[in-house]
Write a protein that binds this ligand. Structure first.
Ligand code: ADP
Ligand code: MG
Length: 423
């Protein structure tokens, strides 16, 4: 029947999906076009069936309803999302609305409440001008042209599970990019609740992203200059809040505004993230030029990385924009490195050896390996990675740096004598 309201239902609990479906089944002006039990499935369903309204559960494993809403809204701005949650928390409500949801239903809800929301939201979205479905998010900018337009090249270090070396890679890569290019490099700790960049870079500075909260929309480069911490390597750090509770007040919108300003201040921004896909990570990934996905040699990490790549593909983060790095490469895991690439159907962009002693010492001393252990295999791999990335962007970047002198040796001297972060 033409003119019916097309609805999709998303909930990880089958009973909840069935309940909503049962409530709506006999409504003459409503057609249920599909159901999904995961955030990624919801995106796929929305793109395939183009519903008018999506009833979206908030709490789901892998990718929650808020992240799925963010992803759907960026591709299909005319869909009306109604969140459903047992939690009646102001923060969840606020985050849902920021993600683009139009209404919020607290479970359990009555048929009346449900129908009123559906009709209100449908009336709202049907008044909106037609927008086309955006099939995929284009790369923030082709990597090779980003530099010429004066916008920073953004590299995010990602994973689907914790403890695989994101922070280790982000810190060392940022320093390597700085050393090899001499360009303006920033390192942002977007693992807001459990950020480790401050410890790994041994900063005693108290400035963190929390200091940006009170500025909200007025963030500019002058404000950021006072919040960024300058590391002895020349890399500027934007640190995560010291206490996990404070992470709550740093919204994805604020992070986006900060990154927008930083893009004009730096040539490279390396971002350390928290695992998986959530609303903050989607904000970060959407402006990222190159996502580095870390995987280690255990079956769970490989399985999770495969799922990550599937969701990434669905969201349009594909091709050269996402590259796999094998971390902690060793001979004792029983899984050959080549098989990991094959299993992920991706070439390994880099392979970092497993060297527990040097890595642990470098973390505990707060000095990135790249700055001290020039001869270690890990350092060589970071430098190779940075160099090949810079060469890909513009070979001049590496050549200019080589002409401007032996940056690496002077840095090593500085670290050996200990350093204090510049204020
Ligand atoms: N290449 C490596 N060799 C040995 N140990 C490593 C290596 N990379 C990371 N680690 C160890 O793994 C742990 C987690 O690393 P970290 O960078 O904090 O991961 P994440 O940020 O993904 O949680 C650290 O204790 C570190 O010592
Ligand atoms: Mg970390």
């Amino acid at each position: 029947m033409a003119g019916r309201i097309r609805i999709a239902i998303v909930d990880d609990v089958q009973e909840s999906r069935d309940n909503v479906e049962r409530l709506l089944r006999f409504e003459p002006d409503i057609e249920i076009v599909g159901t999904a039990s995961r955030g990624a499935e919801a995106i796929e369903l929305a793109m395939a069936k183009e519903p008018h309204v999506i009833l979206m559960d908030v709490n789901m494993p892998d990718m929650d309803g808020i992240a799925a809403t963010t992803a759907i809204m960026s591709r299909m701005p005319n869909v009306g999302v109604i969140m459903m949650s047992v939690l009646n928390e102001p923060d969840t409500l606020r985050r849902s609305m920021l993600a683009g949801a139009r209404e919020y239903l607290v479970k359990p809800f009555s048929l009346d409440e449900l129908l009123t929301s559906v009709h209100d939201v449908y009336a709202l979205v049907s008044r909106m001008p037609q927008a086309h479905v955006v099939q995929a998010v284009p790369a923030a900018m082709p990597v090779s042209t980003a530099k010429q337009t004066g916008k920073a090249t953004i590299v995010s270090v990602t994973s689907s599970k914790g403890g695989v070396g994101r922070s280790t890679v982000a810190c060392n890569l940022a320093v390597a990019l700085r050393e090899m290019s001499g360009k303006r490099v920033a390192l942002v700790d977007a693992d807001l609740a459990f950020g480790d960049v401050g410890v790994m870079m041994n900063t005693s500075d108290a400035k963190t992203i929390i200091d940006a909260v009170s500025y909200r929309a007025q963030i500019d480069s002058d404000v950021l200059e006072t919040i960024l911490v300058q590391h002895a390597s020349g890399v500027h750090l934007l640190l995560a809040p010291v206490s996990p509770q404070d992470a709550e007040v740093v919204t994805p919108d604020l992070v986006r505004s900060i990154l927008d300003v930083m893009m004009g201040m730096f040539d490279f921004i390396v971002i350390d993230t928290r695992p998986g896909f959530d609303d903050l990570n989607l904000v970060v990934y959407d402006i990222t030029d190159t996502m580095l996905l870390l995987v280690t040699m255990d079956m769970t990490a490989i399985k999770d990385a495969r799922q990550f790549l599937e969701i990434a593909e669905l969201l349009g983060y594909s091709g050269e924009r996402i590259r796999v790095i094998l971390n902690r490469n060793n001979t004792y895991s029983g899984i050959p490195a080549e098989e990991i690439g094959e299993s992920l159907k991706r070439p390994l962009w880099a392979t970092i050896p497993d060297e527990p002693g040097p890595v642990l010492r470098s973390i505990n001393e707060g000095v990135p390996l790249v700055s001290t252990a020039a001869d270690s295999k890990i350092t060589q791999e970071f430098c190779r990675m940075a160099e090949s990335y810079l060469m890909e962007l513009d070979p001049e970047l590496v050549q200019q740096a080589a002409r401007s002198g032996p940056r690496r040796s002077s840095l090593r001297g500085m670290f050996r004598t200990g350093w204090k972060p510049a204020s």
